[in-house]
Design a protein around this ligand. Structure first.
Ligand code: ZN
Length: 320
């Protein structure tokens, strides 16, 4: 299905609507091994699902983008944030811009070498396989992660990420904890519905994408990336999935095992640790929002006040 839409679009970080346009076509063939129907079914079987959140994303090949669609780094465009101009159609779905994801990947990949040793980098890149389809699957799983427990849509409606009111200051630790939580719960969904090699592909893509983004920002232009890559690196080390390499200064990271079965066991430990730290508190429908916020903020604070972890991460992103 082709689309050619123009109108105004707003994002979470730029709430004022700006003229934006997008042309392309829906491309369900991009990821033949993961459908939103499968993901939704997995959500509905998960004890953490609260009965409302739905996965309604659709991959698309994009020919041209203007305005916010071109300016924002996000590759998921929400139908509800777009207002069509007179004579234009609406966005046909919540679009995953596959071409933007692959472009991000190509630009960020070289930076990963500053953080991961060659063995880890090459194995993870091999596990990713075809970038477009794995990137698309990972994004869909990440959105599923936002839909488990207290779903992100309801958190936004209740101003969970802002202190006290819709205009309140953004509570960034809660934003970063939510994104990190969505990564790990997305991996949990992947492990439940995909073959082990596909779940490992998603883990590998997520790791390279997060680390590549942090390194790109650290060594290139633009604002430093937020805390999500730090939380990920910290959790990779804590779960025994990665360790410091044996090189000079032991700055870079390496995988503790290249055996797929052992790697999968460590990824499962990573997922379980993330669940225990950030999702277990949401495991009952009666939990109060303030308890969720206190738990998430306390987690981020604990990790940010680990001086040794902070020093190592700073060294990782400042090696020559
Ligand atoms: Zn997210």
């Amino acid at each position: 299905m082709q689309f050619d839409v123009r109108g105004t679009y707003r994002t979470q970080s730029h709430k004022d609507p700006a003229y934006s346009a997008l042309t392309g076509r829906l491309a369900p063939e991009v990821c033949p091994w993961l459908s939103t129907v499968d993901v939704q079914a997995a959500l509905e079987r998960d004890p953490l699902w609260r009965g409302r959140a739905r996965i309604e994303t659709a991959p698309a090949r994009v020919d041209s983008r203007a305005g916010r669609f071109a300016q924002c780094a996000d590759a998921l465009y929400y139908e509800s944030n777009f207002v069509a101009a007179v004579g234009s159609s609406s966005l046909p779905a919540n679009i995953i811009d596959v071409d933007k994801l692959t472009s991000h990947w190509r630009r960020r990949s070289p930076h990963v070498a500053r953080v991961l040793d060659r063995t880890a980098r090459e194995l993870l890149e091999t596990l990713v396989g075809a970038v477009a389809e794995t990137a698309c699957a990972e994004y869909t799983c990440h959105e599923a992660g936002h839909s488990l427990g207290w779903p992100i849509g309801e958190k936004l409606e209740s101003c969970y990420f802002r202190l006290g009111a819709p205009t309140g200051r953004v509570a960034w630790p809660l934003v970063f904890a939510e994104e990190f939580r969505a990564d790990l719960l997305g991996l949990r969904v992947a492990r439940r519905i995909l073959a082990p090699e596909r779940a490992l592909a998603i883990f590998a893509y997520q790791t390279l994408h997060r680390i590549g983004l942090a390194a790109e920002r650290a060594y290139g232009a633009g604002e430093p990336e937020g805390l999500v890559p730090y939380l990920l690196v910290d959790a990779l080390l804590q779960s025994g999935t990665m360790a410091r390499d044996g090189g000079p200064g032991q700055r870079r990271l390496t995988l503790t095992s290249c055996d797929p079965h052992q790697l999968l066991e460590r990824v499962d430990a990573l997922i379980q640790a993330g669940f225990d730290a950030l999702a277990a508190v949401e495991n009952t429908a009666s939990v109060a929002p303030i308890d969720v916020a206190i738990n998430a903020a306390a987690y981020v604070r604990r990790r940010m006040t680990d001086a040794a972890a902070q020093a190592h991460y700073t060294a990782l992103l400042s090696s020559p």
